[in-house]
Design a protein around this ligand. Structure first.
Ligand SMILES: Cc1cc2nc3c(=O)[nH]c(=O)nc-3n(C[C@H](O)[C@H](O)[C@H](O)COP(=O)(O)O)c2cc1C
Length: 197
């Protein structure tokens, strides 16, 4: 009798031990590319897009994946970098990045963040897009820039992933994000609430 009672109580308690872990698994992923170092507004330790990516991930309790170049060609002075980026774009290069996303299938929503480079995604973003099929998912683009805005990132995603649902995007001025975190936080929160997130 006592043994049966013990088994009963134990069986009832088991889900309680495992539930928190099950709940901790996120169905949202934030993917981003960003560059610390020498920028138009000084030598910075955390890239502008990285700041926004972390804020979004925090708000949505999402996982983060950073697209990190395999060879760090981008650790250059600002002008040199703009020349290199233009060359990559003209040649349609696909710079490699490190690692890969585990369990891409488990995410139904993917927020995709990138700086605007020459009015477009940096070429390393296309390397990512070509390696990862995001069809069937909800995609939320976000960008940091110095005047170009979202630069059609939403349209580019729609074009790349015909059966994804691409939501309205967020574009923030990188120098504002860098110099005023409270502004960045407010913008991110407002944006997510307009999406009903
Ligand atoms: C190579 C390069 C090209 C850029 N091209 C543009 C551009 O076309 N339009 C724009 O508004 N900003 C442009 N910028 C500014 C960046 O988009 C902006 O500083 C951004 O916030 C940088 O993000 P990060 O710190 O996450 O790398 C460019 C910056 C670099 C380095």
């Amino acid at each position: 009798m006592l043994k049966r009672l013990f088994v009963l109580i134990f069986t009832a308690l088991v889900p309680c031990f495992f539930m928190p872990q099950a709940l901790a698994v996120s169905d949202t992923l934030v993917v981003y590319f960003s560059r610390a170092g020498n920028q138009i507004n000084g030598d910075i330790s955390e890239g502008n897009t990285a700041i926004v990516a972390r804020l979004i991930a925090k708000e949505l309790k999402a996982d983060l994946f950073e697209i990190k170049p395999k060879t760090d060609n981008y650790n250059l002075e600002y002008r040199e970098l703009t020349d290199l980026a233009r060359d990559e774009k003209e040649k349609g290069l696909r710079p490699e990045y490190m690692g890969q996303i585990e369990n891409l299938d488990s995410y139904s929503t993917v927020c995709i963040g990138s700086p605007v480079w020459w009015g477009d995604y940096p070429m390393i973003m296309y390397t990512f897009f070509e390696k990862n099929d995001l069809n069937g998912k909800t995609l939320i683009p976000f960008a940091t820039h110095e005047g170009s805005g979202l630069s059609g990132f939403d349209l580019r995603l729609k074009d790349l992933y015909k059966s994804a649902e691409v939501l309205q995007g967020l574009a923030l001025k990188g120098s504002m994000v860098q110099s005023d975190r409270a502004y960045a936080e407010k913008e991110v929160r407002n944006f997510l609430s307009t999406l009903g997130k």
